[in-house]
Design a protein around this ligand. Structure first.
Ligand code: ATP
Ligand code: MG
Length: 403
């Protein structure tokens, strides 16, 4: 495995600017962990003893994203670096937020407040590693272990329970026994967390390469019982053995549920929820396809991307006992061919619109119009008639009740 230093080398001028002015600066967190593991690195986090004001004074382009907590973003060469002042955290309130943070001048205190040993490794600009909590050993042993007493750390911030599970799903590591037992004991505290924070970790977890293992752990720890929405869903009947996106997961959960539980509680974007619901509808409808015309209509209505998404999650649907369409009718080739030979791919391409129908029939707009347009659209899509204005009008005259 190669350890790619490029992103760290890009960040060196930022580090140097800090160290040239007498401050300490270290790479820390996920980037160091992933680098040491030879995994691709996401964003680079830097920790320093410079205060937020001191950081702002040293760089031209800064954004005070979380200044009161010590975080300033520095933009350098178009790249965003999150720089955080060494800090400790005061007592925790409600298992989710510290009463205050205090800036400190010592790296040790900063890494001591971090969640897991593998996330508490610091690295200086010469690639020297400072590892106070045997994080490298845990990387080698593939262990997820809290920094310090797991009970206390989870009691402070219950999100760490989900984060630990998320790292298990992403890295395939084992959760250290004491850490695991503390997770089990403190799982109920998850209910105190903001759902937005839960969902960030959950989305990463579901997408993790090792989600198969973690999904079982979630059930063992009764995690779902403490999360809004999911606690009302039949989570025991759901299996996830390969990475899924959040909308795909939600579609499967909704499929299995006999009652409608408000997805609003999850506080995700409208687009995302809509996508999940659309996928659910498509999964239900795809089963009813029996003819070439029906396939044309389906591919037109849902689009090629969604059809391919259904194909991509077939194993997942199967393991959840969700009936599948015949592979003869619905496969990569048939949907692509169908899409490529559609006479129109959206309503705008239809040779007729509402205004034309109104004038052709000399009728006021009314419910008939919507019906006529949809029926004409289907007739064109299913190639019963050509996409031709006159032909469509004649077809509507003969086939649609205009009242
Ligand atoms: P990713 O690669 O997904 O960004 P990450 O480990 O960098 O993973 P972040 O959420 O970006 O995770 O957090 C950066 C670092 O901040 C973590 O590595 C950890 O050291 C610390 N950290 C984040 N959240 C917590 C928390 N709830 N409690 C303690 N430390 C935390
Ligand atoms: Mg990170």
């Amino acid at each position: 495995m190669t350890n790619d230093k490029t992103l760290f080398l890009d960040a060196l001028p930022v580090m140097q600017q800090l160290t040239d002015h007498g401050y300490e600066a270290y790479f820390v967190g996920g980037s160091v962990r992933d680098f040491l593991m030879g995994r691709p690195i996401n964003d680079i986090d830097i920790t320093t003893n410079a205060t937020p004001d001191e950081i702002e004074a040293l760089f031209v382009h800064t954004i005070p994203v979380g200044k009161e907590h010590g975080t300033i973003n520095v933009v350098w060469n178009g790249i965003n670096y999150e720089i955080t002042t060494f800090r400790t955290e005061g007592v925790y309130l409600d298992h989710r937020r510290p009463s205050h943070v205090s800036f400190v001048r010592d790296l040790y205190q900063d890494v001591e407040r971090r969640d897991f040993t593998i996330n508490a490794i610091a690295m200086d600009q010469h690639f020297n590693v400072l590892d106070y909590f045997e994080g490298q050993q845990d990387i080698n042993n593939q262990l997820i272990r809290t920094v310090g007493d797991p009970h206390a750390r989870f009691e402070e911030d219950a999100l760490r329970i989900l984060r630990g599970l998320r790292f298990q799903a992403q890295l395939g590591f084992t959760i250290d026994t004491q850490t695991y037992n503390a997770m089990a004991e403190r799982a109920a505290d998850i209910s105190h967390l903001a759902i937005e924070r839960i969902m960030v970790e959950l989305e990463k977890l579901l997408n993790g390469a090792h989600v198969i293992k973690t999904f079982t752990t979630l059930a063992d720890l009764h995690i779902w019982d403490h999360i809004v929405y999911f606690k009302d869903m039949p989570m025991k009947h759901i299996q996830i053995s390969s990475p899924v996106t959040l909308p795909q997961f939600l579609a499967i959960v909704m499929y299995q549920s006999t009652q409608s539980v408000k997805t609003k509680q999850l506080k995700r974007s409208k687009d995302e929820i809509k996508h999940a619901e659309r996928l659910l509808r498509a999964v239900q409808e795809v089963l009813t396809l029996t003819s070439k015309q029906a396939l044309q209509q389906f591919v037109y209505d849902y689009g090629l991307a969604l059809c391919n998404e259904i194909l991509a999650i077939q194993p997942l649907l199967q393991e959840n006992n969700i009936p599948q369409p015949s592979a003869l009718l619905f496969n990569g080739q048939t949907i692509t061919e169908t899409w490529n030979t559609l006479s129109i791919t959206n309503r705008q391409q239809l040779a007729i619109d509402g205004k034309m129908l109104i004038s052709a029939f000399d009728k006021k707009a009314g419910p008939w119009l919507k019906d006529a347009l949809r029926l004409a659209e289907c007739a064109v899509v299913q190639q019963q008639i050509a996409n031709d204005k006159q032909e469509i009008i004649e077809w509507v005259r003969a086939n649609v009740k205009i009242s």
